[in-house]
Design a protein around this ligand. Structure first.
Ligand SMILES: Nc1nc2c(ncn2[C@@H]2O[C@H](COP(=O)(O)OP(=O)(O)OP(=O)(O)O)[C@@H](O)[C@H]2O)c(=O)[nH]1
Ligand SMILES: [Mg+2]
Length: 198
């Protein structure tokens, strides 16, 4: 994909604040601090399109971005971070679930997983929930640069096992080294072209 333009469209809490759903859309989900916003920046080759932070809980709204007048990317708030104020956190579940279940042009969710962490209850209930709604899930391991290539393969196998997936179904990615960037784009393009055929 040649990136000609990438722009922030809007932030939303509820459906009447979403932009028109006339482009194929992909959403980025995962625990706080896993690297969702960084992945989007790396995909579009912009350092600061999306704000990132070493403090978890940076993204607190459903944020819409438009790439080339062709694709819509949605950066979701992360789940599972204790220090986000309870009042804010209470609204996240419904906000994310409403978005995922109501957005008709949503083609797939990229589920980001930290390479150093074995997926737990949150990931299980999230993948089960996606399946129930028939939403395609693309698992992506982030921060691969933190481990050697050998250890990357080992950790991917563990993560795959924990999620009952095949290792080869999970992409290894790093926004730091840009490892896996082409593969992530390929998955996105595959989902979009498959959708265009139907
Ligand atoms: N080493 C390394 N650090 C990364 C990578 N991706 C993200 N980070 C760092 O991890 C921290 C969190 O990144 P974000 O992209 O803001 O994470 P997020 O998932 O959007 O977090 P929330 O918005 O809080 O849910 C930042 O300090 C990033 O620089 C990566 O591939 N490798
Ligand atoms: Mg973020």
């Amino acid at each position: 994909m040649i990136i000609k333009s990438a722009q922030f469209i809007t932030s939303a809490v509820k459906p009447d604040q979403y932009p028109p759903g006339d482009l194929p859309e992909l959403a980025f989900a995962g625990r706080s601090n896993v690297g969702k916003s960084s992945l989007i920046n790396t995909l579009v080759n912009r350092k600061k399109l999306v704000k990132t932070s070493s403090t978890p809980g940076k993204t607190q709204l459903v944020n819409f971005f438009q790439i080339n007048d062709e694709i819509s990317f949605v950066d979701l708030p992360g789940y599972g971070y204790a220090k986000v104020p309870r009042a804010v956190k209470k609204n996240w579940g419904p906000m994310i679930e409403t978005y995922l279940s109501k957005r008709e042009n949503l083609l797939a969710v990229l589920l980001l997983l930290d390479i150093r962490r074995t997926p737990g209850t949150e990931e299980h209930s999230f993948t089960a929930w996606l399946q129930q709604y028939g939403i395609r899930c693309i698992p992506v391991i982030t921060k691969a640069d933190k481990l050697s290539k050998n250890r990357q393969m080992q950790h991917r196998a563990q993560i795959a096992k924990a999620l009952s997936l095949k290792s080869s179904d999970i992409l290894l990615f790093s926004s730091k080294s840009r490892q896996g960037l082409d593969e992530v784009w390929q998955s996105i393009e595959k989902v979009i072209s498959r959708n265009a055929e139907t």
